[in-house]
Design a protein around this ligand. Structure first.
Ligand SMILES: Cc1cc2nc3c(=O)[nH]c(=O)nc-3n(C[C@H](O)[C@H](O)[C@H](O)COP(=O)(O)OP(=O)(O)OC[C@H]3O[C@@H](n4cnc5c(N)ncnc54)[C@H](O)[C@@H]3O)c2cc1C
Length: 383
């Protein structure tokens, strides 16, 4: 893909976010929905299919530029950007990798055009981190699978037309592509969310949902090892950029505020301790972005390190998004504590990144395992 073209896409997305998303993020939260018209506008610009090849209605962006696009949209509104994480990455990119030709033909174009919205349904009321224990069940009856169970926290679940659903039969975990029109799916919005209030987060009741056998995604028994692991890797990459975006937005807000706010007859950025906050926040934001860029480049190269480096980027970016948004509130003082200013929302949005796509504790587990096998000086004696 031509770099000039991809640079133009990012510049256009920046302008689009500034005009159509960032000024209204608070309103979206209040109305508890990203407006359908905005989703349609994003689809028209092919943002919902940014990494899909052109044959499926996409922009064909490489992983690095898809990351840049995620950052631009994510600076405007985390709920709006969440659509790209679930619809485009968790479902779309996973379908691209594991779907049959027929499945890709049937689902990717309507997803690219925004005619159909997709969500990824793994978590359940009793099952989160231990995703291999999902209780939603399936059995084969003739040429159909019958699913029953409950899913929880499903982002864009209340709007979605298409779902990837992870279910089990004994020890076998499998993935299915369900359409709301099949019947057997009831969604209910989850109210009172700390963030993602506009992201149609839902509980799902699955009642004798009949799925035609051609809608099995991947192989029977491959739902966890192949489908979930692939989807969560795409999701983690998207969330790493999303957290970086929130940190970047917080830096922009704190700098802007520090340049305008006057105390003791001078702009507050003149105080050395405020500049220290700005310096540290900027360092964390740009380090986080560098880790995302590194992960993106490794994904382009198809390197064996890409999954680990994506985990590292997700862990670090979500951790520093929390720190940087906390610091942004400090720079805003009392004004940072009200929804009149965007840093209050950014702070709430940041916390979510430490929980979704694998909690920080799970990322620490993976990173420590990497360290224990890669940084062990076998010949050195313990002191
Ligand atoms: C805003 C939001 C959007 C979401 N969107 C989706 C979605 O679209 N689709 C979907 O399927 N799910 C979604 N989720 C669910 C999310 O993936 C889970 O919340 C997450 O996996 C954690 O599971 P849990 O909440 O059940 O926490 P638990 O698994 O119960 O964990 C509780 C605590 O125990 C810790 N813990 C658990 N196991 C271990 C361990 N082995 N070692 C160390 N610590 C451990 C965790 O780190 C955490 O601190 C969403 C959640 C939120 C909040």
């Amino acid at each position: 893909m031509d770099r000039n073209f991809m640079d133009e896409v990012i510049e256009e997305a920046r302008q689009f976010t500034e005009k159509e998303i960032r000024p209204f993020a608070g309103d979206f939260e209040q109305n508890e929905q990203v407006p359908r018209e905005l989703i349609n506008k994003m689809a028209k610009r092919k943002y919902l299919a940014a990494p899909f090849p052109e044959e499926y209605g996409g922009l064909g962006l490489d992983p690095l530029y898809y990351g840049y696009l995620t950052e631009e949209i994510g600076k405007g509104c985390a709920s709006t950007r969440a659509l790209m994480t679930v619809h485009t990455s968790l479902v779309g990119e996973t379908l691209l990798k594991w779907g049959t030709k027929e499945q890709k033909e049937r689902y990717l174009r309507p997803m690219a055009s925004g005619e159909k919205i997709a969500a990824f349904a793994l978590s359940e009321p009793e099952v989160g981190t231990d995703a291999g224990s999902v209780k939603t069940s399936y059995i084969k009856e003739g040429n159909k699978y019958i699913l029953n169970g409950k899913k929880k926290w499903i982002t864009f679940g209340n709007l979605a037309d298409i779902f990837i659903i992870i279910a089990s039969e004994g020890k076998n975990i499998s993935a299915f592509i369900a359409e709301r029109d099949f019947g057997g799916i009831t969604t209910k919005p989850i109210k009172g969310m700390m963030a993602g209030r506009a992201a149609y987060i839902a509980e799902i009741e699955i009642n004798n949902l009949e799925i035609p056998e051609e809608n099995l995604l991947g192989k029977i028994g491959g739902g966890f090892t192949f489908i979930c692991n692939t989807a969560l890797d795409y999701g983690r990459y998207s969330v790493a950029w999303a957290a970086t975006a929130v940190a970047g937005a917080a830096v922009e807000e704190m700098v802007t505020y520090a340049r305008h706010r006057t105390q003791f007859d001078q702009k507050i950025y003149k105080f050395q301790t405020i500049r220290e906050i700005i310096a540290n926040a900027t360092t964390k934001y740009l380090t986080s972005k560098a880790l995302c860029i590194n992960a993106g480049n490794l994904r382009i190269q198809g390197s064996d390190e890409k999954v680990f480096q994506t985990t590292l980027a997700k862990y670090y970016s979500s951790k520093i998004a929390m720190e940087v948004t906390t610091d942004a509130i400090q720079v805003f003082g009392g004004n940072g504590c009200t929804s009149e200013y965007p840093v209050e929302r950014l702070f709430r949005e940041a916390k979510i990144f430490e929980i979704i796509e694998g909690t920080s504790q799970i990322q620490q587990e993976i990173i420590s395992r990497y360290a224990l096998s890669n940084f062990y000086r076998k010949k050195a004696k313990a002191q």
